[in-house]
Design a protein around this ligand. Sequence first.
Ligand SMILES: CC(C)(COP(=O)(O)OP(=O)(O)OC[C@H]1O[C@@H](n2cnc3c(N)ncnc32)[C@H](O)[C@@H]1OP(=O)(O)O)[C@@H](O)C(=O)NCCC(=O)NCCS
Length: 224
Amino acid sequence: MGGDVDVAFDLELPHGRCVGVRIPDGEALESLAQALRDEERAHAAAFGAPRRRTWIAGRTALREALARAGAEASAVLPDDRGAPGLPAGIVGSVSHKDRIAVGLVAREGAARIGVDVEIDAPRSIDIASKVLRPEELAALSALPAAARGSELLVRFSAKEAVYKALDPFVRRYVGFREVALTPQPDGTAQVAMHLAQGEGPFRVEVRWLRREDLILTTARVERA
Ligand SMILES: CC(C)(COP(=O)(O)OP(=O)(O)OC[C@H]1O[C@@H](n2cnc3c(N)ncnc32)[C@H](O)[C@@H]1OP(=O)(O)O)[C@@H](O)C(=O)NCCC(=O)NCCS
């Protein structure tokens, strides 16, 4: 593990070991790049600066999570769907925003996992009608107005985490309205699948939490 990594959190979650890394710029970013494997550094070199920065940080978070989970991995390059390609028996997922990157890792045979991080702050564009099903919109509008924005972000984030865990099974774009979520106060969520192509059945678990100004969601998917 590189000594220069600024770890924001390290959590043992129900779906895996989850490490958040603050994303630096300048020399500190180059120091993270130097700690990557040669193939990863070469892969990152093909990106423009903003994408290179988040990709390096995402790989750093993933590597930190792997090390903390006691799993070593050689270079983690994208698979043919864009997900991190990990050795058999280890699954993982990555998410990043401008200032934070998150890696989630677990030892799983048949299940897949996903992670998503969002900044828990009001958004200027109302994405509710694009992201939510009618029954979810109704549930949202029943909440106090001040709570709706953050609740929408929890649902949005959890759907992205579900997508990352589900894509290895369905290998297609899954629309936001193909999954309905009802977050529960205990950090779980009820999940109803409405897959347009009828794939499955799947057992889908979601967990969510708020931490500082972040919303962090994870998902675990396996064939039922
Ligand atoms: C792929 C997607 C989820 C990425 O989300 P995002 O908010 O743009 O970006 P994030 O930072 O959270 O995640 C990016 C990471 O997703 C991962 N990813 C990309 N494609 C993936 C796939 N097909 N399966 C699993 N993980 C994938 C990659 O690790 C990527 O980071 P990296 O390229 O640096 O390794 C999103 O762009 C998308 O296409 N969503 C599809 C629709 C959806 O979410 N539907 C929900 C209903 S299930």
